[in-house]
Design a binder for this molecule. Structure first.
Ligand SMILES: [Cu+2]
Length: 417
C-alpha cells in the first residue's frame, strides 16, 4: 500500500537537497526508486524544484506571428468539416448540434510549439461559421472573428487557417459566430501545444498519463428552438437570394451587425427590432442550461479518470462553456501547475479549482489514496441532469490497482446500497 508521508517533514528536506545537488540524472534515478518503493505520494514538493521563474517580459510571442512558412517547415494539415448532426448527452437525451468532423467535442489538435498548423475549414451546414484559436498568438487575419478579422464562412464555402503553434500549453478552438448557439451547440475542441524543449510539468511531476476535460453546459430547449429557427431562416435566405430588394433591406443588418453605433441606433429608431428583444421572434428568452458536460457527456456517461498508486497524472481542464465551474476532487489534494497554457511561477496545492469560461488550468493528481473518488463541479446545479441529481459535470478518479491496495468495492457497494 502506498505510504502517505504527508506528516513526515525530515526525510523530505533531505531528499530535496539531494535532488538539487544531483541534477536531472540523479533525480530521475531517485524518482524511479521512489516509484518502486511506493513513496511517490508526498504532496509537499515537486520531484524537482519548479524551474519556471516569474518573468514580466515573458509574454511576447516566441516566433514572429506574421511570418510565412519557409521551404522545409513541417506543416500539420487538418481538414475540419462543419455539419449538423445528432449528439447524445446521456441515454434518452439527444440534441441537434453543429459538429466539427461529426463529433462533439471536435477532434483534438495536438502539435509541437513552433510547428505550422493548416486547418481547412469546410462548411457543410446552412449557417455561417469561423474558427477562433483561443490562446494562440497568430496573425490577426487568422483569428477567426466574423466581420472583425474575416468574412464568416458561408454554406458550402471553405477557409484555410494557417498559423504557427505558440505558446506552449492547453488551449482550445471554437466557432466565433453567435457563440451562444454555435459554441454551446457543439463547435469546440481542444488544442494542445506541446513544448519543443523540456516539459516543465513533466520534469517537476513525472507523469505517465494525461487527460483533457472540456467543461461545458447546454440549454437543450434553447438549442432546439434556435436550431429550428435557423432552419426556417435558411429557407427565407434561400428565397432572398432570388430577391434583390430583400437583399438590399438586409444589407448591413445580418445577424445584428452594423457599420457603427450611430447606424445601429438610427436603425432601431427607424423600426429595426434587434434580436434581443422578444418581440422579434417571440422565442427570445434567457438561456438556462440544464445539462452540464465533460467532453460532451453528462454523468454517468462521463469517462472516468484512471490512475494507479504512486502515479502522477496530468489533467487539462478547459472552460469551454459560458459558466464558471469549480472542480473538486475527493480524498486528494492536487497541484495546479499551468494557467491558460503557461506554467505558474510556483505550483499551487488545492482540492477545488475554479475554471472560468475561456480559461484552461492544468493540474497534476498524485496517486496517494487508492479507491474510487468523485471529481465534480461543486456548484450543485451543475451536478444535475435536467434538474435531477446526480448527473452533470461529474466523473470518477479510479485506481486501477485499488484491489491490490485492499479496497473491496463490492463491500463498499453493499454498505452504501
Ligand atoms: Cu459557427
Amino acid at each position: 500500500m502506498a505510504k502517505n508521508d504527508l506528516s513526515e517533514s525530515a526525510p523530505k528536506i533531505a531528499r530535496r537537497q539531494v535532488l538539487q545537488l544531483g541534477g536531472m540524472g540523479l533525480s530521475a534515478g531517485l524518482i524511479g526508486r521512489a516509484l518502486a518503493q511506493g513513496t511517490q505520494g508526498s504532496m509537499d514538493e515537486p520531484a524537482t524544484p519548479w524551474p519556471a521563474a516569474f518573468d514580466p517580459r515573458g509574454t511576447a510571442p516566441t516566433f514572429p506571428p506574421r511570418e510565412r512558412p519557409k521551404p522545409g517547415d513541417k506543416i500539420h494539415v487538418y481538414d475540419i468539416d462543419v455539419t449538423i448532426g445528432i449528439h447524445e448527452i446521456v441515454p434518452g437525451v439527444q440534441a441537434h448540434m453543429f459538429l466539427f468532423n461529426k463529433t462533439y467535442p471536435g477532434p483534438e489538435i495536438r502539435v509541437k510549439e513552433g510547428d505550422w498548423v493548416q486547418v481547412n475549414l469546410k462548411n457543410s451546414s446552412p449557417e455561417f461559421h469561423t474558427i477562433h484559436w483561443h490562446g494562440i498568438m497568430l496573425p490577426m487575419e487568422m483569428d477567426g472573428v466574423p466581420l472583425g478579422t474575416q468574412w464568416p464562412v458561408g454554406p458550402d464555402q471553405e477557409f484555410r487557417y494557417l498559423w504557427k503553434a505558440q505558446p506552449t500549453g492547453t488551449h482550445f478552438y471554437h466557432c466565433h459566430v453567435m457563440t451562444t448557439l454555435h459554441q454551446q451547440a457543439g463547435l469546440i475542441g481542444s488544442l494542445i501545444v506541446e513544448p519543443s524543449g523540456p516539459d516543465l510539468v513533466q520534469q517537476a511531476f513525472p507523469y505517465t498519463r494525461e487527460y483533457t476535460l472540456i467543461l461545458s453546459e447546454l440549454d437543450t430547449n434553447f438549442v432546439r428552438d434556435m436550431m429550428s429557427e435557423m432552419v426556417e431562416m435558411g429557407v427565407q435566405m434561400e428565397r432572398m437570394n432570388h430577391s434583390p430588394s430583400m437583399m438590399r433591406e438586409m444589407n448591413g443588418r445580418m445577424m445584428g451587425w452594423f457599420k457603427n453605433k450611430d447606424e445601429f441606433v438610427k436603425a432601431v429608431k427607424d423600426g429595426y427590432i434587434p434580436p434581443y428583444l422578444a418581440a422579434r421572434t417571440g422565442t427570445a428568452r434567457p438561456i438556462t442550461p440544464n445539462y452540464f458536460m465533460i467532453n460532451g457527456k453528462s454523468y454517468p456517461m462521463t469517462d472516468p479518470v484512471m490512475i494507479r498508486r504512486g502515479e502522477n497524472i496530468r489533467v487539462r481542464l478547459i472552460g469551454g462553456g459560458f459558466m464558471p465551474h469549480f472542480m473538486h476532487l475527493h480524498g486528494h489534494d492536487f497541484w495546479h501547475v499551468c494557467q491558460d497554457g503557461s506554467p505558474l511561477a510556483s505550483p499551487v496545492r488545492m482540492n477545488t479549482i475554479p475554471i472560468f469560461p475561456g480559461t484552461t488550468s492544468d493540474i497534476v493528481i498524485q496517486g496517494t489514496n487508492p479507491g474510487f473518488w468523485h471529481f465534480h463541479d461543486h456548484s450543485d446545479l451543475a451536478t444535475t441532469n435536467n434538474g435531477q441529481h446526480p448527473g452533470g459535470m461529474m466523473t470518477m478518479l479510479m485506481y486501477e490497482d485499488a484491489r491490490e491496495a485492499g479496497i473491496k468495492w463490492e463491500e463498499v457497494i453493499a454498505i452504501s446500497s
